[in-house]
Design a protein around this ligand. Sequence first.
Ligand SMILES: [Zn+2]
Length: 376
Amino acid sequence: MTQHFSFDLGVTDGGARTGLIRTPRGDIRTPAFMPVGTAATVKAMLPGSVRATGANVLLGNTYHLMLRPTAERIDRLGGLHRFMNWDRPILTDSGGFQVMSLGELRKVDSDGVTFKSHIDGSKHRLTPERSIEIQRLLGSDIVMCFDECPALPADRDRIATSMRLSMDWAERSRAAFGDRPGHALFGIQQGGLDLDLRAESAERLRAIGFDGYAIGGLAVGEGQAAMFDCLDVAPGQLPQDRPRYLMGVGKPDDIVGAVARGVDMMDCVLPSRSGRTGQAWTRRGQVNLRNARHADDPRPLDETCTCPACTGFSRAYLHHVVRAQEIIGSMLLTWHNLQYYQDLMAGMREAIGAGRFATWQKSFHATRAEGDIEPI
Ligand SMILES: [Zn+2]
């Protein structure tokens, strides 16, 4: 097994591309979807179950873990992989985005961010150096630069100032990270929907040099059309020979559109969060298992899906456990949703590899347009 982090670009089909990220903890085939393990767990899933869906990398959250149980405690207990019993790669975010969402509870200065914990109101501080240190204590394989994201809506000056501050912090993150063979540091492009600011940000990041490049500041309420317009350009501003990671995206059709535009990695809480509220994602779109139409339906959620929810249980059963708020309802629907997302990625990788991604996309949209199976 390799001792280094590397990325091999595979096949390109239109804007879409396949690739292989190698790390000492295992390979990541791209395009890749990363389930989110916020508090050292993908909620309602055992690590082996997450692995069984085909996921080969997880995302962990610096903000949540630094507050509880703390990075120092996780380090003393052998690092995040051992702590949560996941031996494959882990990408950690920098805490920047989640601190932003605290709104009134945070204060930004040129050196870093001071904020109050959402748990107990205690005061904390993150700087580029501290964020990188926390991610090192966690043992993260792919570390993200600490960045600042303006709350939207924001005018161009505010977005430009914020982007330039984030680029200064990217330099400090790079210096704090140092030389760690087998671990990667990703820079994060900012600039909102402004393509000139995005170009300036990409130039700054390329000059510093990173193992991979994220596209930040999208999927924050701008809508799919505006996001896709930006993604028509933004990935091409980043190096061709490094992985490109679109942060916090998204719904299945967002993911397909992003892959078509040259994105290699994505993460989102949606499949796991939806699974805990009775929502399922399928080839035919979104299905609400709370709906009474499923109460007498003996058919599986999706007859083509290999997950335990679809192979062992009826829609009627899933409806019942969701309505009765039984824990197994969250477990089964989370598993199904993560399986659907991983199958979606595998399908895209196969289609891109075979040079038929355009045809695959048409079929993806056509099946969704049919909607859910008719009620019995
Ligand atoms: Zn399923």
